[in-house]
Design a protein around this ligand. Structure first.
Ligand SMILES: Nc1nc2c(c(=O)[nH]1)N[C@H]1C(S)=C(S)[C@@H](COP(=O)(O)O)O[C@H]1N2
Ligand SMILES: [Mo]
Length: 423
């Protein structure tokens, strides 16, 4: 049903990616000549003067924009555009530019006037309260750098029929992104309302057409839950929940309810659609995992990856991202022989809890066939499982939490293709 847009997206990114790598191999001098010289006249290339030192450029601007030579794009999984994915292979470091943060909308992006916005807190509280956006901003604020991941992320590294060679990191695992989030602790608001000690759960409800609702354990409110109104230094983007969203670090994305309008405290979970029919994990023995909120440790190599082609033997830096909902990543191991031997990768600072961590491993490619894999370990000792181990535990019917090890196959020609779990 959704094959066409996927294939088109693959080809488009294939071209841009390969061009970057070839330019790198040709050397900085060749690339600079191409940029300053003939390339300016090539159709489809942005116009630049032959010698940029000979003409004064435009002055200061009110709002910045990317170089026209850089065109990173989100891609949508399906024609209904219910989600779009972050181009993991095009990014450096750990912060996702806000306009490339992945999106997942159950009922589209609502238009909300911030001056008419309010958040209601009620249920098992002494004083039901309504906060305006200005009220929320007046409380002591907190800023944290954390990732979000949709629990549906990575299904194509799990289900046999979806493991096809021509998938990019974006298409496999692009439903995860990292931002600096600013807001007020939910605990502060609950204390203000006089939350009952007998409340064990709270309902979070969004003001979009889906009116998405999830039940959240009260312990999370007193741990690190936030109502956030800013992302990477400015107001939240509409797609991320403007003007305010619930943010639950390390929990599956669907529980970080966007466009948040209501929190209701209760003794029991509410058993909404999104935690009964959806977001539970049917197991092979006929039972189901329910409230599987914490995201397990995971990693993916983002370079080299399809559609990269290694231009020759020698040193290549294997780069990727690792993360866990349980705290910090403590180790990432890389294999270049399909999991037979493993080597510790270097972790870039900062290594933050519940956050993407950048790993690197210098690889001397001898020119033969290779299978590249990464394996994350977190501070609880949890190790990212193989596809075989995860499949045995969860079975084929599950629809969320696909954190198995991913593999890339390098051919003798240097071309790189996706190889699922590596078997
Ligand atoms: N109100 C509301 N909140 C929502 C959703 C939604 O559709 N409506 N989608 C959820 C899902 S499934 C995910 S994965 C995250 C995605 O957050 P993002 O779009 O900011 O990346 O938001 C969650 N919060
Ligand atoms: Mo999600």
């Amino acid at each position: 049903m959704s094959e066409r847009p996927q294939l088109r997206a693959t080809r488009a990114s294939a071209v841009s990616r390969r061009r970057v790598l070839v330019a790198g191999a040709a050397g900085a001098v060749g690339a600079a000549v191409a940029l300053a010289g003939q390339s300016a006249e090539q159709p489809g290339r942005p116009h630049v003067p032959v010698d940029p030192t000979k003409a004064q450029g435009p002055g200061a601007s009110d709002i910045g924009a990317r170089s026209p030579f850089e065109q990173p794009r989100r891609v949508s999984l399906n024609q209904r555009r219910t989600s779009s994915q972050t181009p993991l292979q095009d990014l450096e470091g750990i912060i996702t530019p806000s306009d490339l943060h992945f999106e997942r909308h159950h009922g589209g992006v609502p238009a909300i006037d911030p001056t008419r916005y309010s958040l209601l807190i009620h249920g098992m509280v002494e004083r039901p309260l309504i906060f305006t956006l200005e009220d929320l901003k007046r409380f002591p604020a907190r800023s944290i750098i954390r990732s979000v991941e949709c629990s549906g992320n990575g299904g194509r590294a799990y289900r046999n029929e979806d493991i096809i060679p021509h998938l990019t990191p974006q298409q496999i695992d692009g439903l995860t992104s990292t931002s600096e989030w600013t807001g007020v602790p939910v605990a502060t608001l609950f204390r203000e309302a006089g939350a009952s000690a007998k409340a064990e759960w709270f309902l979070a409800e969004g003001m979009d057409a889906a009116m998405l609702t999830r039940s959240i354990p009260m312990a999370k409110a007193y741990d690190d839950a936030l109502i956030v109104y800013a992302q990477n230094g400015e107001a939240l983007r509409p797609e991320q929940g403007y003007p305010a969203r619930l943010f639950l670090p390390g929990f599956e994305g669907s529980s970080s309810v966007k466009w948040i309008r209501r929190l209701e405290l209760a003794a029991e979970p509410f058993m909404t659609r999104e935690e009964t029919s959806k977001y539970t994990d049917p197991l092979p023995d006929g039972t189901a995992r329910i409230f599987s909120l914490v995201m397990d440790a995971k990693s993916i190599i983002t370079e080299p990856a399809y559609p990269d082609r290694l231009t020759g033997p020698g040193w290549w830096e294997i780069r990727g991202l690792a993360w866990t909902g349980r705290g910090r990543i403590t180790q990432v191991d890389v294999s270049v022989d399909g999991g037979k031997t493993w080597h510790a990768a270097t972790l870039d600072e900062p290594v933050l809890p519940k956050c993407h961590t950048r790993f690197r491993y210098a690889w001397d490619w001898k020119g033969g066939e290779a299978v590249l894999m990464s394996r994350a370990t977190d501070e609880t000792g949890y190790v990212q499982p193989t596809l075989e181990v995860l499949m045995a535990a969860r079975g084929p019917a599950t629809a969320y939490h696909f954190n198995n090890i991913r593999a890339w196959r390098v051919a003798q020609s240097g071309s790189v293709t996706f190889a699922g779990g590596g078997a």
